[in-house]
Design a protein around this ligand. Structure first.
Ligand code: IMP
Length: 448
């Protein structure tokens, strides 16, 4: 069977902890979208591993697959693999031949386009990893795929077509003097050919490339369990998120099928678990109706939650914006993904506050909305209709992790019951602290 783990908010919901826990019961961990814009820390046998591209299951001896829906920066891939090997691991990672390659010019264009957009408040606050420009080339049918790195003639032909266009774009649209800039190599066909041909050779030598759909379906037929590891979150999905402040892929559960080559009936026949952070955090730009930034006391509260929850970007280190839990956002996620269960993280971070609220609904020009409007302009005009909850005290959360659900303070249980009822999905796990073992697991989706 398959279990798909999906971020139900804006990314950074703490998916890694659950992927770690349930990934232990899987044989293959698959990423189906995104690239090295994700970031997670895996702790295994007391050692910490920082990964942004390699599926976390690779640390635990599982097969890790980067599906065709991913965009792959080979430099990051091999850096991460080399680091894991230096740390004594022997990761087995396979890459879809249909996955697209992030080239240096994608990163350069990501940076200069964001700068240009910032004049009009349109910058998404990207991670600068070249994600958007690579997906643009994929959709524009001028991308370079992992399979192309294995064939020198195809690689050269594709580079000769794409690179002059990119050079013109950088120069004419963004005023970058490519030849004299520090980025000259990023737009040099010969240099790119040599570098990416070498990556292709290494991928071939290490037998890393696969036809992902066939590979994964064969694994399923052999009785293996698959865990799909979503990156980012539903509200920054290119189709279902707060466009244009989104990432350029589909973190939603439908992306697991399209981005891996496993049939939608198979993914849909499995479990889809939404990961929920007990409040909101946001690393990028754009509106945020429940944001805590209006008054001094709200900002103090946001600072407190940010520090306590360690809310600083894993990839970029940027401080994250903080808000109350946004229920219209969660209802939208529950519908778009079809959650069979949820996991709620970070309830410990809210402990000890004097007040706890959630945005139960929105008020848009006097109308009450229970889910997100489809345009970001309308979303930005929404005021939250807040609902208050009785706060809960600080407790020994490590002890709660050992004792289980009944040890969770009653008021926190009431908060969890509310979330579960509103999204109409049972709670499979509750994160009560930053450590992997600080999770109260109620159900295992592989055993449903
Ligand atoms: P990109 O994915 O780098 O193109 O960034 C597009 C938007 O998605 C920006 O607002 C980023 O901050 C956001 N984003 C990308 N990856 C993550 C993530 O892993 N967690 C949270 N936000 C992300």
């Amino acid at each position: 069977m398959t279990v798909t783990i999906v971020g139900s908010q804006l990314g950074d919901e703490g998916k890694g902890a659950l992927v770690d826990i349930w990934g232990g019961d899987s044989d293959v961990v698959v990423r189906y979208q995104g690239g090295d814009n994700a970031g997670h820390t895996v702790v295994h046998d007391g050692t910490e591993y920082k990964l942004s591209l390699v599926p976390s299951g690779a640390v635990r001896g599982k097969v890790g697959v980067l599906g065709n829906g991913c965009v792959v920066n080979p430099e990051t891939l091999f850096d991460e693999l080399d680091t894991l090997r230096e740390q004594g691991l022997d990761p087995d990672v396979r890459i879809a031949r249909r996955a697209h390659v992030i080239l240096p010019y994608h990163r350069v264009i990501d940076g200069i386009e964001e700068e240009a957009k910032s004049d009009d408040d349109l910058a998404a606050g990207t991670t600068g990893r070249g994600i958007g420009p690579t997906y643009e080339d994929k959709a524009g049918r001028r991308g370079i795929r992992i399979g192309d790195l294995l064939d020198p003639d195809v690689l050269r032909e594709r580079l000769e077509y794409a690179v002059p266009q990119k050079r013109t774009l950088a120069q004419e649209a963004y005023g970058l003097d490519v030849a004299t800039s520090e980025h000259a190599d990023a737009f040099d066909v010969d240099h790119l050919f040599e570098t990416y041909r070498a990556y292709g050779k290494r991928l071939a030598e290490e037998s890393m490339t696969v036809n992902a759909g066939e590979f994964l379906t064969a694994k399923l037929d052999a009785g293996d369990e698959l865990l799909f590891e979503g990156a980012q979150g539903t509200s920054i999905d290119i189709d279902h998120g707060i466009y244009p402040y989104v990432t350029s892929s589909n973190p939603t559960a439908g992306g697991a099928a399209v981005g891996s080559g496993v049939a939608p009936t198979v993914v849909g026949g499995g479990e889809v678990v939404g990961i929920v952070k007990a409040y909101l955090s946001r690393v990028g730009t754009g509106p945020l109706p429940t944001e805590l930034d209006g008054t001094d006391s709200e900002e103090e509260l946001a600072d407190f939650i940010r520090e306590k929850g360690g809310e600083f970007g894993t990839v970029t280190g940027r401080p994250r914006r903080i808000g109350w839990l946004d229920m219209p956002m969660l209802r939208h996620a529950a519908r778009a993904n079809g959650f069979t269960g949820i996991a709620v993280n970070h309830i410990d971070v809210l402990a000890g506050l004097d007040e706890i609220s959630v945005g139960h609904a929105y008020d848009l020009d006097g109308e009450e909305l229970l889910t997100m409007p489809a345009t970001t302009e309308r979303w930005g005009r929404c005021d939250p209709v807040l609902k208050s909850f009785e706060p809960w005290d600080e407790v020994d959360w490590s002890a709660v992790a050992v004792e289980g659900y009944d040890a969770i303070p009653d008021n926190a249980q009431a908060y969890l019951d509310y979330i579960s009822a509103e999204v109409d999905a049972p709670i499979y796990a509750i994160g009560v602290g930053p450590g992997r073992d600080e999770t109260v697991v109620l159900d295992n989706p592989f055993e449903q």
